[in-house]
Design a protein around this ligand. Structure first.
Ligand SMILES: [Zn+2]
Length: 401
């Protein structure tokens, strides 16, 4: 398994001077900030150039990339036009290639991204339905023909590929793809809530298949990094932290109407994203939780109660500063076994704070720990995480969820 060269320790194979870095060298150890291209991208001081970078995510990603470069952004940049949102991979056409040329090729599509300012190119892979082995293998076969080393093979998969019925096959295919692989988990709501074994199997995937990244996610990015992922990406807003299957509209939780419009605020102590309006309600008669990041400067986290403009940008910058500080801290924890423990302990501390916060604001059920956080806080890390096969052999069920 690859040892990601997180800043703070040398890469296994130092990059030769004067040669453009490969995608793997460039992206190793980074947790990227995924901007929603519905809005004009901006140069953000909340994105650390050493440990992060930007993935422009959405339909206008290529135009936004040009704008961002023109605005002076010189950090790591990827273009994710998100074809998997509208296009499902088929065995004959696993990629969505432009239809405005006579003979569209994958090569043209990758060149186009580089020409628009991307430091590495992402394959325009369609959504891979669960158990659609033929389309998954078509991606693998096409990847075998890619000779350039500036490319990341995107695998936008139905979350059920990670359950016990399919994980073996998915890992086997990933092992056959020699390029870095960016997995995007697709499902309604939080994909990490989908199956008990999701967290266990995701860790197993990054452990067993080399150079696996996790894009378009939330704090699952940090769990993946702690367990050996090459790089990861965290979405600026809820719609970019998750993706839904082709042909489905994003559903909204009843308790959380409007989550697509209002900011979701990252709570530093509780390690969860919370809807801004729910926060305002919970803290209406109590001292709000406060934040010391450069944006908040000690102010309360109940203040992001607007869907547009400066409030949205301020909340996004707060989020990026908060998780960016964790990435920074993690980068300095070595060796890898220690990093996994550091992450587990941090999650466990956050888990313990839910009851305290609910008591403090006298609302017993106000904050409820997300299932993935429970899993990150409680799954074993001292030895290699047992695989489902090993668990089955021992006769124990997964501890996740
Ligand atoms: Zn803050």
């Amino acid at each position: 398994m690859i040892d990601p060269p997180l800043p703070g320790r040398p890469a296994a194979q130092p990059h030769p001077a004067g040669v453009p870095p490969t995608a793997a060298h460039l992206l190793a150890g980074r947790v990227l900030y995924q901007e929603n291209t519905r809005y004009r991208a901006r140069v953000r001081t909340s994105v650390d150039p050493r440990l992060s970078g930007v993935v422009l995510t959405g339909k206008k990603a290529d135009d936004r990339a040009v704008q961002l470069r023109e605005a002076g952004y010189d950090g790591v940049l990827l273009i994710d036009s998100a074809p998997y949102v509208t296009y499902a991979a088929t065995p004959d056409e696993p990629f969505l290639l432009p239809h405005d040329t006579l003979f569209p090729s994958l090569e043209d599509c990758l060149d186009f991204q580089r020409g628009r300012g991307a430091d590495a190119a992402l394959t325009p892979t369609g959504y891979i339905r669960v158990a659609d082995s033929k389309s998954l293998k078509a991606v693998m076969v096409a990847a075998e023909r890619i000779e350039r080393d500036d490319t990341v093979v995107v695998l936008p998969i139905d979350i059920a590929w990670l359950n016990s019925a399919h994980i073996e096959q998915f890992i086997a295919v990933c092992k056959r793809i020699r390029q870095p692989k960016a997995v995007i988990l697709i499902r309604q709501f939080d994909p990490m809530d989908a199956f008990k074994e999701t967290t266990v199997n995701l860790r197993r995937l990054v452990r067993e298949a080399e150079q696996v990244a996790l894009l378009r996610t939330d704090l699952a990015a940090l769990d993946a990094m702690a367990h050996g992922a090459l790089f990861a990406g965290i979405g600026a807003d809820s719609s970019i932290r998750h993706a839904v299957p082709v042909g489905e509209r994003p559903q909204k939780a009843e308790s959380n109407t409007g989550w697509a419009q209002y900011p979701h605020v990252l709570m530093p102590e509780l390690m969860c994203f919370s809807d801004a309006r729910a926060l305002a309600r919970r803290y209406a008669n109590a001292e709000p939780a406060r934040c010391d990041c450069p944006v908040c400067d000690g102010r309360g986290l109940d203040r992001f109660t607007s869907a547009e403009g400066e409030t949205r940008i301020e909340s996004e910058n707060h989020n990026a500063y908060v998780w960016g500080a964790w990435v920074n801290e993690m980068a300095n924890v070595t060796p890898e076994s220690e990093r996994r423990r550091w992450w587990r302990d941090r999650c466990a501390r956050a888990l313990g704070r839910y009851a305290l916060e609910n008591v403090r604001i006298e609302q017993p059920h106000a904050f409820k720990a997300p299932k993935p956080l429970r899993a990150w806080a409680t799954l074993p890390v001292d030895d290699e995480t047992p695989t489902p096969t090993e668990n089955a052999r021992r006769g124990v069920s997964s501890a996740a969820g």
